[in-house]
Design a protein around this ligand. Structure first.
Ligand code: SF4
Length: 496
């Protein structure tokens, strides 16, 4: 069972780029493997190879449905087929309906008058419907249903001269969230939207450059994290960068950067061992747990009782550590325990997107340590509640072990709104917070717990790094969208 089968918001993608080594495809493979959690339905790598005999560049493409290990199971794919010194890669999670369309698996490649170009995208363009309608009216034929393809058409149709100007021209026309890796015949390019909603980092190993959604992609190949691609920045990595050690940096438009980083990256999406938006995810996630403990402690009616605090493996491990640390510091009696065990060796489950099946999946995935939970006051810490199906099932499992009380603490606020910037949430009416009209007590009753406490939006923001000019998107909790949304897009989501 993979991460996307649980009742959690789903991340659409991971991107990866490598420049300047004959082992580019192998490094891309490891980088994608480290970022498997960001997309588990399909994976692809494209390389650029200079063919000296014919004095031209060739792109080699390998992509398919499946986990990274399955897609590149034949080692010859990486060592013999994906030749070249530049590579870009992508892991994808897709929304229903588009998931069976092979053409939607990234990276996308085209050959046009100025050469080859390949692109991989993490995010979601908010004006893609208008752009697509305009391009179709002008005669463009689309191969996929993906918003990312629009960027390639805009590049190919640009009247600017040279690929870099054409890419800038295209990106100047799209709105929304994009962290992109782009490969031309001889360059690796990274670009991030002006709000920097999704992460994109630069890494280096010796003379080899990398781009990745998360820095765990650098760690796995012993590359060093250099810095993030800034909001509204386009970086160009080429032979000159290798000589000088300097990456060329351009602003995509004249607009000043308007950072609104996705705060959910810190809550759940990113791995705790990554640096995201320049900061350690582990550190922020612990702080979320700490602030949650202060805001919503658990005290037992029995002064002799020491509540036990359990994590929901693996996503709430770090926040739970922070919760217990702070609870003890605040003078509460609390003890960290391992009460839920997650099986890592579960085979495929039948694909039936009905709610009762989702509940069964939770039972297949988790079991309780009964001796730990029996006759105890138990506090479950989780990172988020979406539909509530997973949480409800977990509470039922814990109750079967015979605890005295079960309390639930959540290291994020209630989710009430959809994400238009690259994360997939259920429709608003499926969200438990909306079903219970935001009444936390009602949600708690629905889950079957003795008490429920969410982190407030204020405490959430107080947990995140607060550097000058640093701002966050909190739209799925607050409904405040920092980047304008195509009205048609928003209408369809609400009606879905
Ligand atoms: S709406 Fe939520 S998930 Fe989407 S970018 Fe904003 S904070 Fe992240």
């Amino acid at each position: 069972m993979n991460r996307s089968e649980l009742d959690k918001p789903r991340c659409h993608c991971a991107v990866l780029g490598v420049y300047g080594t004959p082992a580019a495809s192998q490094m891309a493979y490891y980088g994608l493997l480290a970022q498997q959690h960001r997309g588990q339905e399909a994976s692809g790598i494209v390389t650029s190879e200079y063919d000296g005999g014919h004095r031209r560049y060739r792109f080699h493409v390998h992509k398919d449905f499946g986990l990274v290990d399955d897609v590149y199971a034949d080692p010859g794919v990486l060592t013999n087929f994906l030749r070249g010194t530049i590579a870009i890669g992508h892991n994808r999670y897709s929304t229903a309906g588009a998931s069976d369309n092979r053409a939607n698996v990234q990276p996308f490649t085209v050959h046009y008058r100025d050469g080859n170009i390949a692109i991989a995208h993490n995010g979601n363009l908010t004006n893609f419907r208008q752009l697509r309608a305009r391009l179709e009216a002008e005669g463009t034929i689309f191969q996929t249903t993906s918003d990312t393809e629009i960027i390639l058409h805009l590049v190919a149709r640009s009247r600017e001269s040279g690929q870099l100007n054409q890419i800038r021209d295209a990106l100047g026309q799209v709105n929304g969230a994009y962290s992109l890796v782009i490969m031309t015949d001889d360059k690796l390019i990274g670009a991030r939207d002006n709000a920097g909603i999704r992460p994109l980092a630069i890494g280096k190993k010796g003379n080899t450059y990398m781009l990745a959604s998360e820095t765990v992609a650098f760690d796995i190949v012993d590359a060093q994290y250099v810095r993030d691609v800034e909001p509204g920045e386009m970086v160009i990595i080429d032979a000159e960068s290798q000589k000088s050690g300097v990456v060329t940096s351009l602003r995509i438009t004249d607009a000043p950067p308007n950072p609104h980083f996705c705060i959910f990256e810190y809550i759940y999406f990113s791995r705790p061992d990554s640096m995201v938006f320049g900061h350690s995810v582990d550190k922020v996630r612990r702080k979320l747990g700490k602030n949650l403990a202060t805001a919503h402690p658990v005290r037992s009616g029995d002064p002799e009782e020491k509540p036990i605090v359990i994590n929901v493996p693996d996503s709430s491990n770090t926040a739970t550590m922070g919760y217990v640390q702070q609870a003890v510091k605040d003078g509460e009696k609390a003890k960290l325990e391992i009460g839920l065990i997650r099986s890592h060796y579960i085979g495929r489950t039948f694909i039936q997107p009905k709610q009762d099946v989702r509940q069964n999946k939770v039972k297949i995935k988790f079991n309780t340590v009964k001796g730990v939970l029996q006759d105890r006051v138990v506090v479950i810490v989780d990172d988020s509640i979406v539909r509530g199906t997973t949480s409800k099932q977990l509470v039922q499992l814990v109750r079967q072990a015979g605890p005295k009380e079960v309390h639930f603490r959540v290291s994020s606020p209630p989710i009430t709104h959809p994400c238009y910037y690259g994360m997939d949430f259920p429709t608003p009416s499926e969200l438990i917070a909306n079903q219970c009209e935001g009444d936390v007590e009602r949600i708690g009753k629905e889950l079957g717990v003795d008490s429920l406490g969410y982190l407030s939006i204020e405490d959430l923001l107080a947990s995140a790094p607060d550097e000058e000019g640093q701002n966050y998107c909190t739209a799925c909790f607050s409904g405040r969208y920092p980047v304008a949304i195509d009205s048609q897009h928003s209408k369809e989501e609400n009606e879905a």
